[in-house]
Design a protein around this ligand. Structure first.
Ligand code: PEP
Ligand code: MG
Length: 953
């Protein structure tokens, strides 16, 4: 990501001409390791194609697509030339921003610069800047404007109470990217201010990215705190940008015109009253941009020049974008849109010039704006570009084997049934508003009936819940409002529906929380169902024999519609293990592999496939021997599971008499009885963040104490290992705002976060100590990476313990960060125990995001590098008489159990349903043999080698 910092700036440079300036920049980029020396040629070639002068004394020299392979790392270097350099045509440059970019990252930089480019006399100010700080400040431009336009206004919304209205206001702000997720929860905590005449006001500065004001009115006046409410303002406040608006609002109230806002029937009326951006009621036309590198400086310049030729206002916006239209005559404004290939633009022109300007602008875009363009795929569905790319792929060869993400356990074998979703063609323009409205609503009604039937037919709760969510998505008033608006503008039902769904899905995808982001698949799933209805397309026809369904990304409703007796297994090209389709597959007991790669879609239907949903393995047309082994494995596994279930309450003791404790991981304090019933000898990991996430504000000490007490009561004397709150980064709490981070997994998580909020940590510790009542309580701290973190956490607990004595307390840390494992010899002297969180330890050791849709299959905890860290931990702990548990997913992997026991792990903590199987695995072992196996595994070169080693036993 390109950002501007003072370290990148070289002040007071001088160059006699442009070639000399380019040479200076290239030398600096090379010296800083960003590019190879050949990049200079790219800079020169690019200037020959067209000057990179941007305006206001700034040029942005960068390479050409041909010299991208000379870039080692994306970055920028800025050089100030106070004497100026003539960049051609007498355009003087005082600041050259040399860009090393592998793709189109410079569009982002242009977006950053555009606010500054709107300033008068920027060039002169850049020339005179005396230090990097003031230069950077100039580049960052004017304070941000308050976002207030038609998209920030929702009138007559159907809500039950004030809370829901606040939520709707916050949602408008979030859609406009003014605020982060969680802003609604922040607003709920703020005291609302009655302005009079039925208007209310709420504002906060927390979780705000850019200032914005939303205005929502309920469908009928409501009462709040004993007063009438007809309209609510929600302000995402940042700096002083809302000052002018406030003054205007006060003036309106003094004039006694406040009720006009509460009774407004159109957003235009509200905007006119408040002085917001009123959308012009002008003719418009749309066109999709096909330029390979988006609307970068050169094509944008041509577009701006063309627009300038018309004597009237021409604006442009990205269809489905959140930004307001900008002037098509302003180069900097055009660049600020950051348009990419495949995005649709809408030109809006003053009526007097529209007839000439709109066709000319559309034709120029279609013509490539001075660049050669490759036509877009016929239908710009998401993934359509991918479909083109797939042409260069080939199907995996017969006899080949690969790893994918295991999504639902079990072994399945059968012919492939490759189901590539048909590209549905539909007109963009509608026949008439009435006809399209009718089409849409009868399709929606039909899909609702279908979903009702699916809910009624599904015996699994998880599946029913998913379809209830689909029903809610279909009924979302905001979606329906947006589609209706598009129908009014003349779009067809299909186009209006898909545009809205796709925009919503894209927005969902951008959420940092992987689980929430994966809900985009549900939106698209529902979207396709409705589209298929509108287009009159039939459902997928299943083959007769049990088969392996191969799809790009299976929508949950695709899976739930399938007959588990006929679908032996599921294989998808994309998707993650937490996708709803995976949840459905698990609920139906259908083995599934996801994220296997795009080329699996090229497998010919009928090819025999073997999938192992536990190991994450796919065999294409396996030979007889492989198949026989796999099917034997399946039978043996089924028998083993039955036998294991029968012995689940017995202890796990190896054949030579070594006992390993098998505990359960739970998140819900109500889950203990079920875990004990499955054979748990204690709780090895209570993930307390789930308790915090279930509340809209931090649960107080008494609430927490009751929850912890419940677990201890249900354990009836068995030990409880509790992990203190592990939130932050990728799993934020709505009421606990955290600054946005580039890499949340490497950011303020776990103990790093709780140590910053000792009040929350203390109240959790107090609640735990009070709940203990001398029962065996073990407290551990997540994400510890340094000795200091551990000591601070321990000191806090010990201090509280003086106040609330507990007889049977142990304090430990989770080993999740490699530094903690490497420091185990030091930490072991001080802790009572370690518990290895292999999910995180693997991600940090392998540098693979644990939720990565395509790489996470490679993040295998049996990698010798991870095993080495566990080995260090166990050795250190045992040398000081301390115990070690493993509570990550690895502990439940039957191939990992022998290795972990061989490494000396004392306790395995797994999900309740795996307890029987893990105990059975331990019982099959001989400790001496397992130790030898572990030593060999430590010397292996890959996780695959370790797995092969264990399988060879
Ligand atoms: C782990 O990282 O292995 C672990 C048990 O913690 P969580 O999965 O909750 O991050
Ligand atoms: Mg963890």
């Amino acid at each position: 990501m390109l950002e501007l910092t003072i370290e990148q700036i070289s002040m007071e440079q001088s160059a006699v001409n442009k070639p000399a300036a380019l040479q200076l920049l290239a030398d600096l980029l090379v010296a800083d390791g960003l590019v190879a020396p050949g990049y200079l040629e790219g800079l020169q070639a690019r200037e020959q194609q067209g000057s990179t002068f941007l305006g206001q004394g700034i040029a942005i020299p960068h390479g050409t697509p041909q010299t991208r392979d000379q870039v080692f790392a994306t970055g920028v270097r800025l050089m100030q030339f106070p004497e100026g350099v003539d960049w051609g045509d007498g355009q003087m440059v005082y600041l050259a921003i040399g860009i090393a970019a592998k793709s189109d990252e410079h569009l982002r930089l242009l977006q950053l610069l555009t606010r500054a480019l709107g300033e008068n006399d920027l060039g002169e100010a850049l020339r005179q800047a005396k230090d990097p700080e003031s230069l950077l400040q100039l580049l960052q431009g004017a304070p941000q404007e308050l976002a207030l336009d038609a998209q920030m206004i929702s009138l007559g919304v159907m809500v039950d109470d004030f809370e829901e209205l606040v939520w709707r206001g916050a949602r408008l702000l979030r859609k406009a990217e003014c605020v982060n997720n969680g802003f609604a929860a922040v607003l709920q905590q703020v005291e609302p201010l009655p302005l009079g005449e039925g208007l209310w006001w709420l504002h906060s500065e927390q979780m705000v990215n850019k200032p914005g004001l939303a205005f929502v009115t309920p469908d009928k006046p409501m009462r709040h705190l004993g007063q009438t409410l007809t309209g609510l303002f929600c302000l995402a406040s940042l700096g002083e940008s809302h000052q002018a608006l406030l003054e205007r609002l006060c003036a309106l109230l003094i004039e006694g015109r406040g009720h006009e806002l509460g009774q407004a029937k159109s957003s235009r009326a509200v905007l006119q009253a408040l002085g917001g951006d009123v959308p012009p009621d002008w003719p418009s036309e749309r066109v999709t941009l096909a330029n390979a590198h988006g609307l970068h400086a050169r094509p944008a310049k041509i577009l701006a020049q063309l627009a300038k030729g018309f004597d009237g206002d021409v604006r442009v916006r990205i269809v489905d974008g959140t930004d307001n239209p900008v002037s098509a005559k302003s180069l900097s404004k055009l660049l600020s849109l950051g348009v990419q290939r495949g995005q649709s633009l809408e030109f809006i022109a003053e009526p007097t010039i529209a007839a000439q300007a709109l066709p000319a602008l559309v034709a120029a875009v279609l013509d490539g704006l001075g660049e050669e363009i490759e036509a877009l795929p016929a239908h710009s569905e998401p993934g359509a570009d991918k479909a083109v790319a797939q042409k260069t792929l080939s199907a995996p060869a017969a006899g080949s084997q690969r790893q994918a993400v295991p999504a639902s356990p079990g072994i399945a074998f059968g012919p492939a049934h490759v189901h590539v979703l048909p590209v549905l063609d539909y007109p963009l323009q509608g026949e008439s508003q009435g006809v399209e409205h009718e089409r849409l609503h009868s399709a929606l009604a039909q899909v609702r009936v279908d979903i009702e039937q699916l809910i009624a037919r599904s015996s699994a709760k998880a599946i029913r819940e998913i379809f209830v969510t689909h029903q809610e998505m279909l009924a979302d008033p905001e979606l329906v409002d947006e589609v209706a608006q598009r129908l009014r503008q003349g779009e067809s039902a299909a186009a209006a529906w898909m545009n809205v769904i796709e925009a919503a899905a894209r927005q969902q995808e951008q959420l940092k929380d992987a689980l929430l982001a994966e809900r985009a698949a549900d939106l698209r799933d529902v979207g396709r169902r409705v589209l298929a209805q509108i287009c009159g397309v039939e459902d997928l026809v299943e083959p007769d024999e049990p088969y392996i369904l191969v799809m790009d990304e299976v929508g949950p409703s695709d899976v739930a519609r399938l007959d588990p007796a006929r679908v032996a297994g599921i294989l998808t090209a994309r998707g993650g293990a937490t996708a709803h389709s995976a949840i459905v597959a698990r609920a139906l007991g259908i083995p599934a592999l996801v994220g296997a790669g795009d080329d699996v879609l090229l497998i010919t239907s009928g090819t025999q496939l073997l999938i192992d949903g536990q190991r994450g393995r796919l065999d294409v047309a396996p030979d007889e021997a492989t198949l026989k082994r796999a099917l034997q494995d399946r039978d043996t596994r089924e028998q083993r599971l039955k036998a294991a279930a029968a012995l689940r309450m017995e202890p796990a003791i190896t054949q030579d008499g070594h006992a390993v404790e098998v505990f359960a991981n739970i998140g819900d304090s109500a889950g203990t009885p079920a875990a004990v019933e499955q054979g748990a000898e204690g709780i090895g990991l209570l993930r307390t963040e789930l308790l915090f996430m279930a509340h809209s504000s931090a649960p107080d000490e008494a609430t927490q104490e009751a929850e912890y007490r419940r677990v201890l009561d249900d354990l009836d004397g068995r030990p409880l290992v509790v992990r203190t709150l592990d939130v932050g980064g990728d799993k934020p709490l709505p009421y606990w705002p955290i600054d946005k981070e580039e890499n949340p997994f490497l950011g303020v998580r776990g103990i790093r976060l709780t140590l910053q909020r000792p009040d929350i940590m203390e109240s959790q510790l107090r609640a735990l100590l009070r709940a203990a009542d001398n029962r065996p309580l073990r407290i551990m701290f997540p994400m510890v990476g340094t000795v200091e973190e551990w000591r601070q956490a321990r000191e806090m607990t010990e201090r509280l313990r003086l106040e609330i004595p507990v007889a049977d307390l142990q304090l430990g840390i989770m080993i999740e960060v490699p530094s903690a494992a490497l420091l185990a010899p030091v930490l072991a002297k001080e802790v009572d125990f370690f518990s290895v969180g292999t999910n995180d330890l693997t991600q940090y050791t392998m540098a693979i995001d644990r939720g990565h849709p395509t790489l996470s299959a490679q993040a295998d905890g049996l990698h010798p590098a991870v095993l080495q860290l566990i080995d260090i931990t166990v050795r250190a702990a045992h040398a000081h008489g301390k115990w070690v548990g493993v509570c990550g997913e690895l502990a439940a992997d039957p191939l990992a159990v022998p290795v972990l026991v061989g490494l000396g792990v004392d306790e395995l903590s797994v999900s309740a349903r795996s307890i029987g199987e893990v105990k059975a695995c331990v019982r099959e072992l001989n400790l001496i043999e397992a130790r030898k196996l572990a030593q060999t595994a430590l010397a292996a070169g890959s996780a695959a080698d370790v797995r092969a080693l264990v399988e060879g036993l």
